[in-house]
Ligand binder design. Structure first.
Ligand SMILES: Cc1cc2nc3c(=O)[nH]c(=O)nc-3n(C[C@H](O)[C@H](O)[C@H](O)COP(=O)(O)OP(=O)(O)OC[C@H]3O[C@@H](n4cnc5c(N)ncnc54)[C@H](O)[C@@H]3O)c2cc1C
Length: 373
């Protein structure tokens, strides 16, 4: 049967793998002119370990995982060290949980996809007309197609969700934070570490592909055009102007440089939908059930949902309506569990008050002492 997937990232590439492996004809449309690069290391955890194993990519992921060499320095607002942080203290659900850069994982997923899958970059879905005989699609490049199933794997601001299910505001809930990432230039020696003031975390990390700056900030929902990069840089500049210690002025310059590489800014949000299937259209990954960056479960959910959707839909002979209850039954409890993890991540990554920060730092010191034994 013919399956169209919108978005070529963790969710879309995983879905392309599974639908093609199960014998379907797969087309992937991606708005960018290739796989969209960037992002901090992400986690492949819990049930995604089994999915990766069944995809035959677990060993590759393990080969390319981030190797933490030494704990990072944790600094206060003056730049003085107050603790250390080793993400392994928190990252592990099982011993096999793995941290890998987003770009490397996407390349591994792409490499696993069977031949015959058609990729169309710089293309997006312009309209969806769903009926009993399947889905008629018009593409932004003027072409058209007919599919048995359309899968929206196009991220938090999903185009497919908007076209088939309704506006973003009905499904996406701001989780109270914004995140920014940027690749740092080689014009200076960047110190690895994480500086915190209440409600603001500024970090420099190197996961093996060069130094990267990260900002995580508590903020109510902001009114800006999420596609306007100048507006994004302006917001980041304002947030970072709260601190002038450590290398923050240089980080601010890197974040606000229009020529910077690996720039990413978005709200930390969750997607909550009563149903991920409408007619012959489904949404997976951040489009359907974003768990928020603070959960560390977004990629895991994207990979797990792709496998579950492809298997369930195929089991029911491509009858989307018949497959829908079984699919929701299989996935819903895990999505709820993963989305709840985000509540645990926030007080660790970006404590809101000085008291919460002091308590968190004391916990880090206890962990450091315990793990040193
Ligand atoms: C540049 C970038 C950096 C990220 N960095 C981090 C990070 O550091 N930490 C973290 O936890 N999560 C990060 N994320 C989110 C993370 O990738 C997801 O939470 C998770 O892996 C689920 O993946 P997904 O495939 O559902 O969504 P995403 O990874 O967001 O992928 C969505 C894909 O759909 C494409 N797309 C969007 N609109 C359209 C359209 N109209 N037509 C066709 N294609 C479209 C996008 O270009 C993208 O390739 C990042 C996402 C992006 C895009």
């Amino acid at each position: 049967m013919d399956v169209l997937i919108s978005g070529a990232s963790m969710a879309g590439l995983s879905a392309a793998y599974w639908f093609a492996r199960l014998g379907h004809q797969v087309t992937v449309v991606e708005r960018s002119d290739g796989l969209r690069p960037g992002g901090a290391p992400i986690d492949v955890r819990g049930r995604a370990i089994g999915t990766a194993q069944r995809m035959g990519i677990l060993a590759r992921i393990d080969d390319e995982k981030v190797r933490v060499l030494e704990p990072a320095k944790v600094l206060d607002g003056t730049g003085a060290q107050v603790a250390t942080l080793d993400l392994r203290w928190f990252a592990n659900e099982t011993d096999e949980d793995t941290e890998i850069t987003r770009d490397r994982l996407n390349q591994i997923l792409l490499g696993a996809i069977p031949e015959g899958v058609e990729f169309r970059f710089r293309t997006s879905i312009a309209s969806i007309a769903d009926g009993a005989a399947g889905v008629d699609i018009a593409f932004t490049d003027g072409s058209a197609g007919h599919y048995d199933l359309v899968v929206g794997a196009d991220g938090l601001h999903s185009n497919v969700r908007k076209l088939a299910f309704g506006p973003e505001k009905d499904y996406v809930r701001h989780f109270g934070y914004y995140v920014a990432l940027v690749d740092l230039p080689n014009d200076r020696a960047w110190q690895r570490g994480m500086l915190n003031v209440p409600g603001l975390t500024i970090a420099v990390r190197d996961a093996g592909d060069g130094p990267q700056g990260m900002m995580l900030v508590a903020s109510s929902e902001l009114d800006y055009d999420y596609r306007d990069l100048d507006a994004q840089r302006g917001l980041i500049g304002d947030f970072l102007s709260r601190v002038d210690a450590w290398q923050v002025p240089a980080l601010r310059a890197a974040f606000t440089d229009p020529a910077a590489k690996g720039f990413y800014f978005d709200s930390v949000s969750q997607t909550h939908m009563p149903s991920w299937i409408q007619g012959n259209v489904a949404v997976i990954g951040d489009a359907g059930h974003c768990a928020a960056l603070l959960s560390g479960m977004g990629t895991t959910l994207a990979m797990v949902a792709a496998e579950a959707l492809a298997n369930t839909w195929t089991e029911f002979g491509g009858n989307t309506t018949a497959a829908s209850p079984a699919y929701h039954e299989r996935l819903r409890p895990y999505v709820q569990q993963c989305q709840a993890f985000a509540l645990e991540g926030a007080p660790i990554m970006v404590p809101a008050t000085q008291q919460a920060l002091d308590e968190r730092n004391a916990t880090f010191r206890e962990y450091a002492a315990r793990f040193a034994k």
